[in-house]
Design a protein around this ligand. Structure first.
Ligand code: F6R
Length: 242
């Protein structure tokens, strides 16, 4: 696991560099997309490169990590809409090339299985962008998740719902209680994992991720077993590293 400690702007440039290298080499690259605050500067940087340097996403495919269950199609916090706003629309990514688990499906387990099949059909994810929760979750694999898990329905912890209430008028009761999420096993299949974390509130999770024992109680620690994992952190998030 490679750990880079740098200011947030530099971290975003490093992540965008890795994505641009892949896209220039193979325009049909498959990218794994995270929502939340952590990747926003990366998406800004990719939008800038699209605008100024002609970086094209025309032939790329995107797979989102997760989706809330039950948010209506037009809900601004539905992750499909967040990804559209934060990255897809800004880089003219064709809508039919960006995929997410269907949190409105009648048959949620079937939607999860279909999502796994779609990722496999696309040849797997080349580079997966990740954030980390304060409780050590990646995607919505909360503490206790099986390290071998695949895309499935999960219950969000109270902590994660509190963390995400800022996107729902600071009202935790508006945060959905369930989600569909890629499993830890699904994420581990990606060929390169790039995790971003900034701020002191992430310091304990980053400490566990890099230096803790591999444990389902800190799900991100599974990344220690990945052959190509990059952890991009600022000084504050790195403040508990030995
Ligand atoms: C989002 C996701 C989550 C977030 C994590 C950190 O798709 O899968 O695991 O990456 O909750 O969120 P932020 O970046 O908002 O601190």
């Amino acid at each position: 696991m490679e750990v880079v400690i740098a200011p947030a702007e530099e971290l975003a440039v490093l992540a965008a560099d890795a994505i641009e290298t892949l896209l220039r080499r193979d325009p049909a690259t498959v990218l794994g997309l995270a929502t939340g605050s952590s990747p926003l500067k990366v998406y800004d940087e990719l939008a800038r490169r699209h605008e100024q340097d002609g970086l094209s996403f025309d032939r790329a495919t995107g797979f989102m990590l997760d989706e809330y269950v039950g948010l209506t199609e037009d809900h601004p916090q539905r992750y499909r809409n967040v990804i559209e706003t934060e990255i897809a629309s800004r880089v003219a990514w064709p809508a039919d090339r960006v995929h997410g688990p269907d949190g409105l499906a009648d048959d949620l387990p079937a939607a999860c299985a279909a999502y796994e099949a779609a990722i496999a059909q696309a040849g797997g994810v080349d580079l997966q962008i990740l954030g980390i929760g304060t409780d050590g979750h990646i995607a919505f694999n909360e503490p206790g998740s099986s390290l071998a898990s695949r895309t499935r329905i999960k219950t969000l912890t109270r902590q994660t719902r509190l963390d995400n209430a800022r996107f729902f008028d600071d009202d935790v009761d508006q945060v959905p209680s369930h989600c569909l999420t890629q499993g830890l096993g699904t994420i581990m299949d990606a060929r390169h994992l790039v995790l971003l974390a900034t701020g002191r509130h992430k310091a304990e999770a980053v400490h566990q991720l890099v230096e803790g024992p591999i444990s389902a109680m800190w799900p991100a620690t599974v990344m220690q077993m990945h052959p190509h994992a990059t952890v991009l952190v600022d000084d504050a998030a790195a403040s508990r590293l030995q």
